[in-house]
Ligand binder design. Sequence first.
Ligand SMILES: CC(=O)N[C@H](C=O)[C@@H](O)[C@H](O)[C@H](O)CO
Ligand SMILES: CC(=O)C(=O)O
Length: 303
Amino acid sequence: MRLEKFRGIIPAFYACYDDQGDISEARTNALCDYLYEKKVNGVYVGGSSGECIYQNLDERKAVLSYVANRLKGKMTLIAHVGAPSTRDSIELAKHAAALGYDALSAIPPIYFKLPDSSVYKYWNEIIEATPLDFIIYNIPQTTGYTLTTSLFEKLLANPKVIGVKNSSMPTMDIERFKRVGGDNVVVFNGPDEQYVAGRIMGADGGIGGTYAAMPELFLQANEFFLQGKFEEAKRIQSHINDIIIALCSLNGSMYAVIKEVLNRRGVNIGSVRGPLEGISNEDMGRIDNIITMIDEATQQFCK
Ligand SMILES: CC(=O)N[C@H](C=O)[C@@H](O)[C@H](O)[C@H](O)CO
Ligand SMILES: CC(=O)C(=O)O
């Protein structure tokens, strides 16, 4: 029951900037409203897709506040509070708890390669700082740190640890984490390119960086999965993967491309922060093709 609200399709929330590149409350609200209308199950705020790594503490706190003010009580809210220092992570965690977020989440420590003992201590200090539930974020391809099942099991001894968002590529990792935690934990599929496979291997839902670019497709793939219509789910996944490959094929960062897709749908959330690259004039001419791919797949599969 307590974990029910963490199932389904949870888009990773994007950084919403004004034309000067500063955090924009109005544009954050616009993205909140868009996702609410699409009926997604929740949002994951301030993670990779939220460009957290390029924002200072005050900016990250502001984003957490704006989203909570707009969406609290309307969907599940997860705050990503991982920051380079434990101290900053705890400050963000306390801020999110005061705002009424449903759960916290954090990547492992970045930059220095630290032993498991330090990673364990880092996560635990965040967990102990608030009464909120906690979701571990395993994303080895960006952090260089791989969560083992044994550390996961050790962390689960704390009842506030309710699951893991697993972004490693082997779907077997999802199966192993689920095996360790059983029905008492939620495992989120990370790689959007294998959402359906992740569900079949035991994921309870997903948190993804491309969901907000095509929410209907992920919601429908999830629906087909729940209905046992695996052929249909697999066919949507193939279209999703064509679209993700297209989103990643331009010169600008995938997030810049997604933001331009949203802009052409009437949701202007600005561009990305350096060192991520914005989109070039050449890219601009290719956005409509991607929108067509999304729209055609949506028409084909979603009622
Ligand atoms: C490495 C990475 O950023 N993974 C994200 C989260 O798990 C995914 O949602 C990707 O954004 C998505 O699968 C597109 O490659
Ligand atoms: C899921 C994802 O992309 C994020 O951490 O924001």
